[in-house]
Design a protein around this ligand. Structure first.
Ligand code: FE2
Length: 401
């Protein structure tokens, strides 16, 4: 495969994929202008839009097309509803008729959420209303996602996430109006990703497909994309950690996360994501992918007996010798934990300061947070409070020791 060829990958989103895809923003800006967009809201953080080189290309493209912009740089990891409201206020002032998110999940999801609230039909609502499901989010202004990490898949899916700090809630939206119209997936942008983010975002992608392929909503397409995502992460994550400049490794990790996004858009998510969201609701400095990696082994132990063949296929490169039978649950769980440790994801919940009391709180939040109980309802093993609590407790310390 020629990684320097920019290709079009179509789902509900038109994704420009490949080294150099960033240059496509010129065409996208011209298209926006042709549809009557005079101003856009750009959502990003203080650093990423500059260090990745995205702004160097995007700003001239906007100018060339004659599109004004409002630049919101206040996005933080695990973004909050307050940040979204700030971005929306800027966008409204500028009369933004479209949103461009530059970053990973936090920046793109902030942009997606703002796109709903910038739609004239929803002008009276705020981000709390949106994430507490006080209205049906059925429309949004056009969304363009310029992706800078290989994990979330949000550039091609209908999901968005934000935290409501005072409630410790981190709900997820899944509505069709959140599909970006265009996405840019350019591996060259990701060469500068720090090692931590390289690992955590790839672990996020792996979790997406593990959950989607084993949910009650799975289908053969979901399983196929899940197995390929698993294979690519196993092959290329160690390579990207060892050689951050390796564009081939970045290309395939990005491809894995993109098809992983389409995979879970179809198959949905269950235990690991429903249980990670409360963890980062309680401690917002927990990277999403790290939280997922901490609890994944204990989740595998619970769900493996319900879908051993699928999980054996996904983890074939992680745990040699899996046969796809129910009795391998613990072997697979421990093998995946060891693989995570070997690649550099070595922390467990206790290392990050979680106590048993926190995990009691997290158990409550897993069932109480809007939208998370829906995710649990598609888990392959019926989610009970006892099972959720046990997964948390078992994730406090390494399973392997
Ligand atoms: Fe995720």
């Amino acid at each position: 495969m020629n990684i320097n060829q920019v290709v079009e990958i179509r789902s509900k989103t038109l994704c420009y994929f490949g080294v150099g895809a960033l240059q496509k923003v010129t065409d996208i800006c011209a298209y926006l202008k042709s549809t009557g967009v005079k101003s856009v809201l750009v959502t990003t953080d203080e650093i990423v839009y500059k260090v990745t080189g995205v702004w160097e290309v995007l700003e001239p493209a906007l100018k060339k097309a004659g599109i004004n912009y409002a630049l919101y740089t206040g996005v933080v990891p695990n973004p909050t509803v307050d940040g979204i409201d700030e971005a929306v206020a800027l966008g409204k002032k500028a009369g933004a008729g479209a949103v461009i998110g530059i970053g990973g999940g936090s920046a793109i999801d902030t942009g997606k959420s703002a796109a709903v609230l910038l739609h004239p039909d929803f002008a009276k609502y705020n981000a709390r209303d949106l994430y507490l499901f006080k209205f049906d989010a059925t429309k949004a202004v056009p969304i363009i996602a310029i992706n800078t990490t290989h994990g979330t898949g949000t550039e091609v899916d209908r999901f968005a996430v934000a935290s409501i700090p005072e409630l410790e809630y981190k709900p997820a939206l899944a509505v069709d109006c959140l599909y970006p119209q265009f996405a840019i997936d350019d591996p060259a942008i990701m060469r500068g990703l720090p090692v931590g983010q390289t690992m955590y975002t790839a672990v996020d992608a792996l979790n997406h497909v593990v959950e989607a392929a084993t949910s009650l909503a799975t289908n053969p397409y979901v399983v196929m994309t899940a197995v390929e995502t698993g294979r690519l992460v196993a092959k290329y994550l160690p390579q990207a950690v060892a050689h951050p400049d390796d564009l081939t490794a970045r290309y395939y990790l990005l491809y894995a996360s993109m098809i992983g996004g389409i995979c879970f858009d179809n198959g949905l998510l269950h235990y690991t994501h429903a249980m990670e969201h409360p963890l980062s609701g309680i401690k917002p400095n927990l990277p999403h992918g790290l939280g997922l990696g901490m609890i994944l082994p204990a989740v595998i132990k619970v769900i493996y007996p319900a879908c051993p063949e699928i999980l054996a296929s996904i983890f074939a490169s992680y745990v040699p010798g899996l046969k796809g039978v129910a009795g391998e649950a613990e072997m697979c769980a421990k093998g995946v934990e060891q693989w995570l440790f070997n690649v550099g994801v070595t922390e467990k919940l206790a290392d990050f300061g979680y106590t048993e009391k926190d995990l009691e709180n997290a158990t409550r939040l897993t069932f109480e947070t809007p939208s998370l109980s829906f995710l649990l309802s598609v888990a392959p093993v019926k989610a009970t409070e006892k099972i959720v609590r046990n997964i948390y407790m078992e994730s406090l310390k390494p399973m392997c020791k």
